[in-house]
Design a protein around this ligand. Structure first.
Ligand SMILES: Cc1cc2nc3c(=O)[nH]c(=O)nc-3n(C[C@H](O)[C@H](O)[C@H](O)COP(=O)(O)OP(=O)(O)OC[C@H]3O[C@@H](n4cnc5c(N)ncnc54)[C@H](O)[C@@H]3O)c2cc1C
Ligand code: SF4
Length: 528
């Protein structure tokens, strides 16, 4: 493989002439044609694009959002969210609880604002996909999804994106304290592994890395693919995939400046628009599978804060740097640290008015530790009345029980680490717990998701993969059942959630799909 350009200073600059078509600036309709057309430039789309160009295919990427360059990033949450996040970060899951759902809508998708945590899919989850969903090796076809198939993809991604453990110098006290305390409590814990080429520990991953150290897609696979001949149409929303009979022939998009953008595909249209947007795009394109939009899953996350007598300084250290998978299998939750900038901490720290102001003034002495729940609940993705997408999703009582246990575990750890106060952020409980004995209040707390401040950033399902068109949307070859030349490579194809952070598995699945499809397409070209 050719070595990608790793100069972080110019990662998203000096791109080849004509490689970027900015849909904000075009003043007329345009059309173009490529071997493969990809919808979306996030984790799944960027990796697919790069893999296809490596195979010698011409690639056009169509991305709804703008390219927010490193030089234009700002630590101000509102500034970045309003440019780079869908609905400026105000999307919610509709259900029993009011649950915010964050998604990127920009070049790089959610990887622009995520924390770059890299986790391979656990072997037991791959086993579940095989035994319950028919994705394993059946001895007939070579389209199985097994660890043996995924491992070389993970290896390549880890090399390209420099996956490594957070440097001790930028671990920071919030992360260090968590890892030390978890180990003292008898839990397996470690500094995280991340896509990192020189993290300076600024704690600003959520507003995009000002140093281009975080190896998100807008500073890696997207520019690398463009330097090898791909073209990206930014600020162009794909309205539908164009079909001729059962065959996908390209996409029809609308630029932000209001013009038609038609991008034709000689061989394949690859949808990587994310779990929430992919199902409705397929619907708008005429796909009518019964399972379409169903089986949406998530990892609802919650955070518990602790106030210490000594400084913690969340503003120094990797945004997320310490984690424990101790309870992943047995209890279905993962614990991790998270540093919040002051503008977001306000939403996580309890109280209003003078009480909130007082707590915010103590922010330098606060640690925030979080949990992601591998929830069993399933939701439904449908078009919204007002346009866009709507997700109906309510956690089950079991899921809330898992979250409650996670919150109690973290609260206990915070007290053991020396916290003077713990702020559980659970409605119906005191805003401040003052001793370890108070943790029983969490354990006896409500089993109602409305009482917790959950947030959803890990999303799965809704165009699930399987051999049977009656119960799934895409086949084991990532092709939409009943269609030709139409593929889905994002986490909407996952039959379940993972229990670990998803980006790495999304990219590995996308790479696997593109390697397999690329081989078929190039051999067809040679034969012709
Ligand atoms: C704040 C935050 C922190 C996270 N932290 C981590 C982490 O540390 N580690 C981890 O593993 N995961 C993390 N995640 C989750 C991870 O980022 C996502 O799972 C992953 O990026 C999803 O990949 P994707 O390609 O499916 O979607 P995305 O990366 O969201 O990309 C989809 C792209 O498709 C585009 N698109 C959608 N519809 C259309 C259309 N009609 N036309 C054209 N383009 C379209 C969107 O604009 C978007 O750019 C985090 C997520 C968030 C929001
Ligand atoms: S914590 Fe590291 S990776 Fe995240 S924004 Fe700061 S320098 Fe970049």
């Amino acid at each position: 493989m050719t070595t990608p350009l790793h100069d972080v200073r110019h990662a998203d600059e000096d791109l080849p002439e004509g490689a970027v078509v900015d849909g904000d600036a075009i003043d007329d309709a345009i059309s173009d044609v490529f071997d493969v057309v990809i919808v979306g430039s996030g984790a799944a789309g960027a990796v697919a694009a790069h893999t296809f160009v490596e195979a010698g295919l011409s690639v056009g990427i169509v991305e709804e959002g703008p390219w927010v360059k490193t030089r234009d990033l700002s630590p101000d949450v509102h500034t970045v969210f309003s440019r780079a996040l869908r609905a400026a970060g105000m999307q919610i899951l509709h259900g029993r609880a009011f649950m915010p759902m964050l998604q990127g809508r920009c070049v790089g998708g959610s990887t622009l604002v995520n924390s770059a945590i890299a986790w391979r899919i656990p072997e037991d989850v791959v086993g579940e996909w095989s035994s319950r969903f028919g994705l394993g090796d059946d001895g007939k076809d070579d389209d199985a999804i097994t660890m043996r198939d995924l491992e070389p993809c993970f290896d390549a991604l880890e090399r390209d994106l420099n996956v490594r453990e957070v440097d001790d110098a930028v671990l920071g006290e919030n992360n260090r304290l968590f890892v030390d305390q978890a180990r003292r409590s008898g839990y397996v814990a470690a500094p995280m592994k991340r896509y990192d080429r020189g993290c300076k520990g600024s704690g600003f991953c959520i507003t995009g890395c000002p140093n281009a150290a975080k190896q998100g897609m807008s500073v890696t696979y997207v520019p690398w693919a463009l330097r090898r001949g791909a073209r990206i149409f930014t600020s162009c929303r794909v309205e539908r995939v164009e079909m001729k009979g059962a065959r996908a022939t390209g996409v029809r998009a609308r630029s932000a400046s209001g013009h038609d953008v038609v991008v034709r595909a000689r061989h394949a249209v690859v949808v990587a628009a994310s779990t929430v947007q992919t199902p409705n795009l397929l619907r708008r394109s005429g796909v009518r599978a019964k399972a379409l939009g169903r089986h949406f899953q998530a990892h609802p996350g919650l955070a518990v804060s602790g106030l210490f007598d000594r400084p913690i300084q969340m503003s120094h250290g990797a945004t997320q740097g310490g984690e424990s998978l101790h309870f992943r299998k047995t209890e279905r939750f993962k614990m991790e640290t998270i540093s919040l900038p002051p503008d977001l901490a306000g939403a996580r720290i309890p109280g209003v008015g003078a009480e909130l102001a007082e707590r915010l003034a103590q922010l330098s002495h606060v640690a925030v530790w979080a949990a992601q729940v591998r929830a069993e609940a399933e939701g439904v993705v449908t078009p919204a009345w007002v346009g866009g997408d709507r997700v109906r999703y309510s956690m089950t009582k079991n899921d809330v029980g898992v979250a409650r246990k996670a919150a109690a575990t973290i609260a206990r750890m915070l007290f053991d680490a020396g916290a003077r106060e713990v702020w559980p952020s659970i409605y119906g409980l005191p805003t401040v717990l003052r001793s370890k004995d108070d943790v029983r209040l969490i354990e006896e707390g409500p089993l109602d998701s409305q009482c917790y401040g959950f947030i959803a950033t890990h999303l799965f399902g809704a165009a699930r993969m399987g051999p049977d068109p009656k119960t799934s949307v895409v086949g084991r070859d990532f092709g939409v059942h009943g269609a030709e030349g139409l593929y889905v490579v994002d986490s909407s194809v996952f039959p379940t959630n993972l229990g670990v952070n998803p980006q790495h598995t999304i990219m590995a699945m996308s790479r696997l799909a593109a390697l397999r499809l690329g081989r078929v397409l190039t051999s067809r070209r040679v034969a012709a």
